[in-house]
Design a protein around this ligand. Structure first.
Ligand code: DP6
Length: 325
């Protein structure tokens, strides 16, 4: 009747942006991500106590109404699948700022999917957990898996689940997460991607070019080719942000610190280091480099006035249930 699960956030190297089915949350394009070691959510779900409604706490505070609505909707799906009518208490802790463009919904719904189904007595295979997590948040489907994961898109007939391309031991890269603003973002990814789909003249081109990006990225990851992975990750991020900027009204998640980090990454590259950036729907910049270069890169990023803090990550593990000790 109760269970705790941990899932890690991920960064998309090829981005998911846009849906073909909003209700079933099916992405319009495939995406490929790297799960991160130090960005995680730990979620406990308890069906034991008799409750009149679900109770949800994030970082010890009652969830805001918009978050509550998404979580209750997700728990309704868990109740439907497990044929229970009990309400539950959910307590979730993030190791990083919530809803600030750092994939808290990815680790959050992945941990919730695993913990809730386990607590309800119906543990899932990773593939089924991934398809369920996707209903909460598209990127959460990938956070079920450690290392590199791919979420197919584009087929409304199949409710997709992510697949693992390579585990967390395959390629010991470093990801530095440069936090330039830790307050919640003004527009959620969900709303922003819908606005883009409806109001950007470039949306069709985004969908058309996504398949090729995914194929190229998968092959580059599998041969551990950092130059290709990095260049394509930057391209996918800039293409997605360009798409958002071209919506009406245009969406800009960046701040001066975001731009300063991008420029410093370009400077480091000119100096000969293999360093690359990517940015999800928020102002934080995730910087990819070889492990041996991490101290140099970290020093340079921390010297920028727009960088409030830096989180150092390596590839992270799959979502898992925590046994009581
Ligand atoms: C920019 O997975 O948060 O991080 O499915 O509507 O919950 P919903 O969206 P979400 O969007 C992620 C967008 C992104 C790119 C990515 O992670 O692929």
């Amino acid at each position: 009747m109760d269970a705790t699960a941990v899932a890690h956030a991920n960064i998309a190297l090829v981005k998911y942006w846009g849906k073909i089915d909003t209700a079933a949350n099916i992405p319009a394009v495939g995406s490929l991500s790297l799960t991160l070691s130090n960005l995680w959510t730990r979620t406990s779900v308890n069906f034991r106590r008799p409750l009149k409604e679900d109770r949800v706490f994030i970082n010890e505070h009652r969830a805001r109404p918009a978050v509550m609505k998404k979580v209750v909707h997700f728990l309704d799906e868990v109740r439907r699948r497990t044929e229970t009518d009990r309400y539950c208490e959910v307590r979730s802790i993030n190791s990083f700022p919530t809803a600030a463009g750092m994939a808290s919904s990815a680790s959050g719904f992945a941990a919730l999917a695993v913990a809730a189904m386990h607590a309800a007595g119906h543990p899932l295979t990773p593939t089924d957990a991934s398809a369920l997590a996707r209903l909460g948040s598209g990127s959460a489907a990938r956070s079920i898996f450690g290392g590199f994961a791919e979420l197919p898109g584009g087929d409304p007939a199949n409710a997709p689940a992510a697949i693992q391309i390579a585990d967390e031991h395959f390629w010991p890269l470093t990801v530095l997460v440069a936090i330039t603003d830790d307050t919640p973002k003004p527009v959620s990814s969900r709303t922003a991607m819908e606005m883009t789909k409806l109001h950007s003249p470039f949306y069709a081109a985004w969908v058309d070019t996504a398949g090729r990006d995914l194929e190229t990225m998968r092959a580059a990851v599998l041969r551990r080719d950092l130059e290709t992975v990095g260049a394509l990750a930057e391209h996918s991020a800039l293409k997605m942000h360009g798409l958002m900027m071209s919506a009406r009204p245009g969406l800009l998640y960046w701040n001066p610190g975001t731009v300063a980090v991008i420029q410093e990454v370009l400077n480091l590259r000119k100096e000969g280091l293999a360093v690359y950036f990517t940015i999800d729907a928020g102002p934080q910049v995730k910087v990819l480099c070889r492990r041996r270069d991490k101290a140099t890169v970290a020093d340079r990023l921390l010297a920028l006035s727009g960088v409030r803090s830096l989180m150092l990550c390596r590839p992270g593990p799959s979502a898992r249930v925590e046994e009581d000790v």
